[in-house]
Ligand binder design. Structure first.
Ligand code: GLC
Length: 484
């Protein structure tokens, strides 16, 4: 590659917002490629054409090409389409196969191993059909782990692919794509891949491990998480392997950015009243309006919010231990999110036990979520572990001060406020327990209403959480991989 050539990147992900999204991966895959393009890379994204994609988001879809993907005995057609990326109109690719993706959900099927092996292979195969000679294939999470194996052991044998390198990002190590040994055969790999140095993982096979061992470099979404996953506590059985990749200098962390244009309280049409850090009185209007909308008493008491998936990772169980003490305070608590039944019921219960204080919105509603960020004073994210975390970034953009546990991306982005120096953008506790959580809540409530309160809000609102900084780090990493 000469200096003036643009670096070419294919970003491979199982979900891409706004087309499909179940979590933070969708947000990242939906905003990072355009941020890289803004820095003059030719980055393109590819994802499955699920039945659940809303037709209005792919109105301008165009057929590109069609080919057959062979996985063991099964040969299936892959039809490639392109749609303009909503950020800048560049082509985003979809792979259609109704047998695999014409279903009511994204994940959770008995043949997920085959569905995502197909997608990963089709994504790599697609490059030669659309004549996009990528320098870097950037795979994400277990669903695309096998792409690293297919590239390394099959496609690199062809001239078109020979110089290509791969990067594998772990957005969440907990989801490892573990299947029994027999699936190797059905995804077109032989028993030679059932070894400690390849895909074997505690007597099963792991697709995430494929990404870890067969990529040119492994990335996670914060520096702290990159450190944490090399230890048994956070490593989910993969820490030894990750530590080894770390020693080779091939395990790194780059913090996530968010789309700060779409999430700017000064212009966002989803919220009731626009404001910025110089007009925080108007932020208060948002609180009153949300209180009205949700039928809560209207007033200036501190409002704590959560916008979250209701899963173990998010620290919901320590809230349950703290709940009596938490709701004995003069606060309001508004949450939105869905997930495990026991946690949905837990918040339903709080709402019925504390009707003057708690509202539980057990749903997924982008507008309401944004209104909650804008209305609330404090944003609670007591995660057990958190690879990157986007909620705390959205919260700070809207001037909702985060209360977080010191782990992963939360540790990298939230700094405990020090009233003496006026430094810090939130409240941070260390130990994963109810007393740690309540200590941080009390710190926050003590500051609320004092003349320092606006300082902690504006410190958060003044940060740059755009992709600007990280996109530069990504490009440096791509170059480094390319020349290694
Ligand atoms: C996963 C992680 C989250 C991260 C996101 C995007 O959802 O749980 O911490 O921010 O991926 O990388």
């Amino acid at each position: 590659m000469t200096k003036k050539d643009k670096i070419k990147v294919l970003f491979v992900a199982s979900e891409v917002a706004p087309f499909s999204k179940t979590g933070g991966l969708g947000d990242v895959a939906g905003s990072l490629p355009s941020a890289l393009r803004a820095r003059d890379a030719d980055a393109r994204v590819v994802f499955p054409k699920y039945k659940t994609i809303k037709p209005e988001t792919i109105e301008k879809i165009e057929f590109v090409t069609e080919f057959t993907v062979h996985l063991s005995w099964r040969s299936q057609p892959a039809r490639v389409y392109s749609v303009p990326d909503p950020n800048d109109g560049a082509p985003a690719y979809l792979i259609e196969n109704d047998f695999y993706f014409g279903r009511d959900g994204l994940y959770g099927y008995g043949d997920d191993f085959e569905r995502f092996a197909f997608f990963s292979k089709a994504a790599v195969e697609m490059l030669s059909h659309i004549n996009f000679k990528a320098n870097i294939l950037h795979f994400n999470d277990w669903q695309t782990g096998l792409g690293c194996t297919y590239l390394r052991d099959i496609y690199k044998g062809f001239t078109f692919y020979s110089g290509m390198k791969s990067l594998f990002t772990i957005h969440n190590l907990h989801y490892q794509g573990v299947f029994n040994r027999e699936v190797l055969w059905s995804v077109g790999l032989d028993d030679g891949y059932y070894t400690g140095g390849t895909l074997e993982f505690y007597k099963n096979v792991s697709f995430l491990k494929a990404g870890v061992v067969h990529s040119d470099a492994v990335l996670t979404v914060s520096q702290t998480y990159a450190e944490e996953i090399q230890t048994p506590k956070f490593g989910y059985g993969m820490d030894g392997l990750l530590w080894k990749r770390g020693l080779e200098g091939r395990l790194l962390g780059i913090g996530n950015g968010i789309d700060t244009k779409a999430n700017d309280p000064a212009t966002d049409k989803r919220i009731y009243v626009n404001y910025d850090k110089t007009s925080l009185k108007k932020k208060r209007e948002n609180k009153y309006r949300l209180q009205e909308q949700l039928g809560l008493p209207v007033g200036d008491m501190p409002m704590i919010s959560m916008v979250t998936r209701l899963v173990d990772q998010k620290g919901i169980d320590i809230i349950d231990v703290a709940q009596r003490e938490l709701f004995s305070k003069d606060i309001q608590f508004v949450m939105i999110g869905t997930g495990e039944g026991r946690y949905e019921r837990m918040f339903w219960n709080y709402a019925s036990w504390y009707p003057q204080k708690v509202r539980a919105n057990i749903c997924f509603d982008d507008t309401l979520a944004t209104r909650i960020y804008a209305a609330s004073d404090l944003f609670l994210m007591p995660s057990k572990y958190e690879p990157g975390g986007l909620g705390q970034l959205f919260a700070m953009c809207y001037g909702s001060v985060p209360i977080v546990r010191q782990t992963g991306g939360l540790a990298d982005t939230v700094r405990h406020f020090n009233p003496a120096t006026g430094q810090g953008n939130g409240f941070v506790f260390k130990d994963y327990d109810a007393s740690g959580l309540m200590w941080a809540v009390n710190e926050a409530l003590t500051l609320y209403g004092t003349d320092k309160w606006e300082t902690v809000i504006t410190n958060g609102m003044s940060e740059d959480f755009s992709w600007n900084k990280s996109a530069g780090e990504y490009l440096q990493l791509y170059e480094k991989i390319l020349h290694s």
